[in-house]
Design a protein around this ligand. Sequence first.
Ligand code: AMP
Ligand code: ZN
Length: 474
Amino acid sequence: MAQDFSFYNSLTRKIDKLETNEPGKVSIYTCGPTVYHYAHIGNIRTYIMQDALVKSLEYAGYEVKRVMNITDVGHLSSDADTGEDKMLAGAKREHKSVMEIAKFYTDAFFKDFQAVGNKMPDVIEPATNCIPEFIHMVEVLLEKGFAYQAGGNIYFDTSKLDDYYVFSSALEKEQLEVGVRDDVEEDTNKKNKTDFVLWFTKSKFEDQALKWDSPWGVGYPGWHIECSCISMKHLGERLDIHCGGVDNMFPHHTNEIAQSESYLGHKWCGYWFHSNHLNDRAGKMSKSKGAVLTVSLLKEKGYDPLVYRFFCLQSHYRKPLEFSFEVLDSTVAVYNKLVKRVAEFKEDGVVDEKVKEEFEAKFRETLSNDLNTSMAITILYDALKADTNDATKLAIVKSFDKVLSLDLIGHAAALSEEAEVDPELLKYIEEQIAKRTEAKKAKDFATADAIREELLSKGVEIKDTREGVKWQLI
Ligand code: AMP
Ligand code: ZN
């Protein structure tokens, strides 16, 4: 049976105990990436914390179904339907078609997404797959009087709702209203400033690449409609948890709720999980700022992507987190120490199930209390120090890794293997690595590459990392 699980619900602005629509099962919807550029490590922070949520729910005994969209149409540079189409801008920048851009950056996204130990969502749906569903929702909203046609576009009429700003306190509402008034370029078709586009036909993007027939003419969907439709297509009319970054709360999630509940005629989703941003010293990381730091780039610089995961899990998802290479470097050292510790344990001996279960209960409870991942890591350290045998400690590490996904056992095995290598071979490997380092210093890359190949032919793979050259037997 699933255990109690609580977390901060942005809708009620308090820690709520999860009550799912179906006992023991959780449906989760995640706003996926807009695939016009690489996902930066900030975006990936959001997905690491959502992965921790999914795995913690599973650890608590829930069966989770998770759906993610891929935004490949309709997202303009301002979330409030103004500016440039992000996909179109990406295609122009790279002289490619929108679909080529979408494919390239979707693949790049999932490569980094998985490299940090995240489990793939059960369903991944690109927005361009669901045009008939979008059109249907817009038709129903028009029929029910929640939408209107103006200047060729279809808009959602926010004045039809008693409470549009569902996530905001009275003061925040005032600030948002001022923001909406001041920021948004004038769209004279809108009856109210907060109205948003459901379907574009008349747009300023004459060269909009992706267009579809609709009852209102050839056009394309607004951004917000995709998440409502894709969620309902795969998870039904009542969703348990909706996830996203804090920037998604307004206007994106606010608009998703407006249109979904008007369409359905009842409550749609009871729990909203929002994680905070990763900042660098210059402020919030943002794809639109151009040069982005990605997980792949971290890897090229010699950082293990799981060290980045470790860095994220050490702080609470609701707090902003500042990234710097100095902090990442110290995380590398802490991670390596942890791996070394695990590598010292011997597998022989009988697991003390009672001790293991006690630690598992503490770990579960911590995660079930607003996803306290940093405390969960402290419990891991406690287990490593506990007065019990190695087999029990290893079993606990294995069990915790179902959520932490730090692959401590795998990394520890690689370390132990290194220690067990025949001393002759070890000497040879070290000499070759030293020669290669010299060759690289002298910019003799041909020799450096030849040494790498030579080692590879003997079953030794080498990798350049922040802490020098590492090798493993393959
Ligand atoms: P996007 O691809 O821009 O739609 O963003 C994908 C996800 O990353 C969304 O859930 C955003 O809320 C989230 N996100 C955007 N910027 C950051 C950041 N600096 N730190 C953490 N998450 C972010
Ligand atoms: Zn969304």
